[in-house]
Design a protein around this ligand. Structure first.
Ligand SMILES: [Ca+2]
Ligand SMILES: [Ca+2]
Length: 174
């Protein structure tokens, strides 16, 4: 009898909490809120699962190849949070990359997070050099999240005056 009472109490409690839940939570898709579910929630973090460098400059600013004797660059990527002046990510380099081909980096197994989606970031490419300091190839500045763009899975980064262009595949965390 006592056991039945406890079970009954448990049932009532779970019904009560479910009701409360249904009453206070609106059933919007992930990332949306408001009575019409049309207001975007600013993501707390954005995870990058893939980087594609669509365009890299074929030559250094003085017109020479990235490495001596027509050498191809040994490319790595770096992401900086310019607002907080933090280096967020530096990839390993890939040797002798044809700079006129796309270069993609799968990061789905890693945990590359942009922790402040409204901050200004940069993504840049470097040519790794063994004998002297690495050559800066180029990059672009961006703010990862813009309200009203409906959380694009792929963030396109390009501009008319930029010598690089990129695609970031992302997931939004709330
Ligand atoms: Ca070089
Ligand atoms: Ca090099």
């Amino acid at each position: 009898m006592k056991l039945n009472k406890i079970i009954l109490m448990g049932l009532i409690l779970s019904v009560l909490t479910n009701c409360q839940k249904d009453g206070t939570e609106k059933r919007c898709d992930k990332g949306y809120t408001g009575s019409n579910c049309d207001q975007e929630i600013t993501p707390t973090k954005i995870q990058i699962t893939k980087i594609v460098a669509k365009t890299l400059p074929p030559f250094d600013t003085d017109g020479s190849t990235w490495d001596p004797a027509g050498g191809k660059p040994d490319v790595y990527f770096q992401i900086n949070d310019l607002t907080s002046s933090n280096v967020v990510f530096v990839s390993n380099y890939s040797s002798n990359i044809n700079p006129t081909s796309e270069l993609s980096l799968d990061l789905s197994g890693s945990n590359l997070l942009l922790n402040s989606p409204l901050n200004k970031y940069s993504i840049v490419a470097w040519d790794h050099d063994d004998l002297d300091s690495d050559d800066f190839m180029g990059g672009i500045q961006f703010i990862p999240y813009h309200k009203g763009e409906k959380f694009p899975k792929i963030i396109q980064l390009n501009c008319s005056g930029c010598n690089t262009s990129w695609e970031l595949t992302v997931e939004y965390l709330f």
